[in-house]
Design a protein around this ligand. Structure first.
Ligand code: ADP
Ligand code: ASP
Ligand code: MG
Length: 460
C-alpha cells in the first residue's frame, strides 16, 4: 500500500480523453502521468479515439451486413493493437472478446430494430469499457496496483437514454460506499460517459460526456482536484485549430470556464464546471502528450480579471422565432412556451423578445449521444398550435468571454466595429458580466472570430 495514503492526503480524479488513450504509446504516456502523482486514485477514461464515432454509426442500424462487419473490424483493430502491445494476457483478451461480441450482438439487433434507445446506449457504452479494461492492465504491467471498476456501480442516472441526468445523492452514496475504502489499496480505472438507471439499464451522458463523468466522480468522492488530460496544453483564448494566434490561459475563473464550455469550447464538456463549483474542486486542463508544458488551472478566483479573456463559437445554430398576438399585454405566454420546450427537453441558449415575438437559439443537434436532432416535427407541431413559428438554420453563435463586460463602457463599440461588415442576426448581453453573445451566418463565422481575436486578444 502506498504509505503516503495512511494519513488523509489529497485526492485527484484524472480524466484522459480519446486521443490520450488512442493507442498503446498514448496510454503509456498517461500511465507516466498517473504514476507520477500518488494523489491520482481515480482514473476516468474515454473510448479510444474514433471508437465512439464508429459505435454511433453502428447504432443507426446498419442493415448492410458487410458494412456492419467492416465497422466492427475497425473497432477490433484499434483495441487489438493495444492488447497485442500488452502481450495479450489471457484474462484481458477474454474480457475484450466478450465486449466485442456484445458490440456485434447489439449492432445486429439494431440493424433489425433501429431506434431502440436502451440498446443504443448499451452499444455506445462499450467503447469506454474496452479502453478502461486495457488501461488498468497497462498500469498493472507497470507495477501499480490498479483495477478496472464498472462505473455503473456508482454513476446512477435517470433513464433518459442518450442524455441521462445524474442522480447526485445516490451517486455520492454509492461512490463513497462502493469505492471509498478501495481507493487506498489500488487505483481505480473507470469509464467516462456511461451510467446506469435505477433498474440497472446502461445510459450515456451525451457526446463528450467523460469530462462531466470525471467532475461528478470528483464531487461525489470529495476530491481536491480534477485533472482533464487532453490533446492541448490548456484552455486557449480560442480554439487553436481555428485561430493560430490563440494562446493558452494559465488561470481561469469557474465563471469564465463555464461560459467558454457552454458556448462551444469543446475542450470541456459544458456540464463539467458545475460539479466542481459545487464541491470547490480545482480543475486542471493539460496535454497528456506534453505534461511538462503545464496547462490551465480553473479556480474560484484568479489573479487577473481582464475584460476580454477568450472567444468561443458554436456552429449549427438554429434561430427559432415565435410570433403571437396573444403576447400583447398578456401574462403567461413565455411560461407556456418554455413549458413546451422543457417537455421536449430543449434547453434554450440565447433569447430576445419584442412586443409580439420571441426569438431563441437552439443547437440544431443536441448533445444527445446519438446526435439526434432536437427540433423535432412533434415539437414544431405543438408550438404551431399556440403561435406562428419561423426557423432559420445555418447560423453560428459567437461568445466574447471575460469580466465586467456588462459594466464596462464601450464594449459594444469595440466588438462590433471590428465586424461591422458582417450582418449580426441577434445580440445578447447583460444577463452575465462574463459574456456578450451574438449570431452570425455560419459561413462567415471563421473570419469573424479570427478578426475579433486579433483585435481584442492579440493587440491588448
Ligand atoms: P478529448 O478527446 O481529450 O476530450 P476534445 O477533442 O473533446 O478532447 O477537446 C480538445 C479539443 O478542443 C482541442 O483539440 C481543440 O481543438 C478544441 N478546443 C475548442 N476550443 C478550445 C479552447 N478554447 N482551448 C483549447 N482547445 C479548444
Ligand atoms: N467517448 C465519448 C465521445 O466520444 C465520450 C467522451 O469522449 O467524452 O463522445
Ligand atoms: Mg472531450
Amino acid at each position: 500500500m502506498n504509505t503516503q495514503l495512511s494519513s488523509p492526503v489529497s485526492l485527484t480524479v484524472a480524466k484522459f480523453g480519446g486521443t490520450s488513450v488512442a493507442d498503446y504509446l498514448a496510454m503509456d504516456r498517461c500511465a507516466d502521468i498517473v504514476l507520477a502523482d500518488p494523489s491520482v486514485r481515480i482514473v476516468v477514461v474515454s473510448a479510444s479515439s474514433g471508437v465512439t464515432n464508429l459505435l454511433v454509426s453502428l447504432s443507426s442500424g446498419i442493415s448492410d451486413g458487410a458494412k456492419r462487419l467492416e465497422l466492427l473490424g475497425q473497432i477490433a483493430e484499434i483495441q487489438y493493437q493495444i492488447l497485442d502491445a500488452l502481450g495479450r494476457p489471457a484474462e484481458v483478451a477474454a474480457a475484450l472478446d466478450l465486449l466485442l461480441t456484445e458490440m456485434d450482438k447489439h449492432s445486429a439487433q439494431l440493424a433489425q430494430q433501429p431506434q431502440d434507445p436502451r440498446r443504443v446506449d448499451a452499444l455506445l457504452a462499450l467503447g469506454e469499457q474496452c479502453s478502461s479494461l486495457l488501461f488498468a492492465e497497462l498500469l498493472r504491467q507497470r507495477g501499480e496496483p490498479a483495477r478496472s471498476r464498472d462505473v455503473r456501480e456508482v454513476m446512477r442516472t435517470d433513464s433518459h437514454h442518450g442524455r441521462a441526468e445524474p442522480q447526485l445523492q445516490e451517486l455520492a452514496q454509492l461512490a463513497k460506499g462502493c469505492w471509498g475504502a478501495a481507493l487506498e489499496a489500488e487505483r481505480i480505472v473507470t469509464q467516462g460517459f456511461i451510467g446506469a438507471d435505477s433498474e440497472g439499464h446502461t445510459t450515456t451522458l451525451g457526446r463528450g460526456g467523460s469530462d462531466f463523468s470525471a467532475a461528478l466522480l470528483a464531487e461525489a468522492l470529495g476530491a481536491d482536484s480534477l485533472a482533464i488530460w487532453t490533446d492541448v496544453d490548456g484552455i486557449y483564448s480560442c480554439d487553436p485549430r481555428l485561430v493560430t494566434g490563440a494562446r493558452p490561459i494559465p488561470e481561469l475563473s469557474f465563471d469564465e470556464a463555464a461560459e467558454m464550455a457552454t458556448f462551444g469550447a469543446k475542450v470541456l464538456h459544458p456540464a463539467t464546471i458545475l460539479p466542481a463549483v459545487r464541491s470547490g474542486c480545482a480543475v486542471f486542463v493539460g496535454c497528456s502528450r506534453a505534461p511538462e508544458m503545464g496547462g490551465t488551472w480553473i479556480r474560484n478566483r484568479t489573479e487577473l480579471t481582464p475584460v476580454f479573456r477568450a472567444l468561443s463559437l458554436r456552429r449549427n445554430q438554429t434561430l427559432m422565432t415565435v410570433h403571437s398576438l396573444n403576447m400583447l399585454h398578456a401574462q403567461g405566454f413565455l411560461a407556456e412556451l418554455f413549458a413546451i420546450l422543457a417537455r421536449h427537453r430543449i434547453s434554450v441558449d440565447l433569447i430576445t423578445t419584442s412586443e409580439v415575438s420571441v426569438a431563441l437559439t437552439l443547437d440544431s443537434t443536441g448533445s444527445d449521444s446519438g446526435g439526434r436532432e432536437l427540433l423535432t416535427p412533434a415539437l414544431l407541431e405543438e408550438l404551431g398550435q399556440m403561435c406562428r413559428v419561423e426557423v432559420e438554420s445555418g447560423l453560428a453563435l459567437v461568445a466574447v468571454i471575460g469580466n465586467r463586460i456588462a459594466n464596462t463602457a464601450g464594449i459594444g463599440k469595440r466588438v462590433f466595429e471590428v465586424i461591422e461588415q458582417h450582418n449580426v442576426r441577434m445580440i445578447c448581453q447583460g444577463a452575465s458580466p462574463h459574456n456578450l453573445c451574438f449570431l452570425v451566418d455560419g459561413q462567415e463565422v471563421d473570419g469573424v472570430v479570427r478578426q475579433l481575436h486579433n483585435r481584442l486578444l492579440e493587440t491588448q
